[in-house]
Design a protein around this ligand. Structure first.
Ligand SMILES: [Zn+2]
Length: 147
């Protein structure tokens, strides 16, 4: 993990911070996709909780996502309550080579499984970049399945 990682994660956290409190039962997540030192896509959780940040950033990046790094403030979901493709599956399908995450997601829809899915598929996965800053965003977030 490098100063560059901190800088891109800082951008993802700024995106997420601007939408805290407006994403319903879902946490406000920021995602920045970086290829060759340039942001090719950005996203933040939609108002009311969907779409997820990664979906928006991947759509913006298009083919630019192939081989790129995704910076995400919270572990990508491994399952969606709606039955739609998970963000982990979407990141894989887009050919993302590396995923950098600030905080693990304690909800039952991720809870380490997003990380496992990505790692098992051979994605370079780093957890814990700016984790304290991101955790501050999620201090009011009570994931489903956690009591
Ligand atoms: Zn997701």
């Amino acid at each position: 993990m490098t100063a560059t990682d901190n800088s891109w994660m800082g951008r993802a956290i700024a995106l997420a911070a601007a939408r805290v409190g407006k994403t319903g039962g879902n946490p406000s997540v920021g995602c920045v996709i970086v290829a060759d030192g340039v942001a090719v896509g950005e996203g933040v959780t939609g108002e009311g909780g969907r779409p997820h940040a990664e979906e928006i950033a991947l759509a913006a990046a298009g083919d630019g996502a192939r081989g790129a790094t995704a910076y995400v403030t919270l572990e990508p979901c491994a399952e969606r309550s709606s039955g739609a493709a998970s963000c982990s599956a979407r990141l894989l399908a887009a050919g993302i080579a590396r995923v950098v995450v600030a905080c693990e997601d304690a909800s039952t829809l991720a809870g380490g499984r997003g990380a496992m899915l990505l790692r098992d598929a051979g994605v370079d996965f780093d957890l814990g970049v700016l984790s304290a800053e991101a955790a501050a965003l999620y201090s009011g977030y009570r994931p489903r399945g956690q009591r």
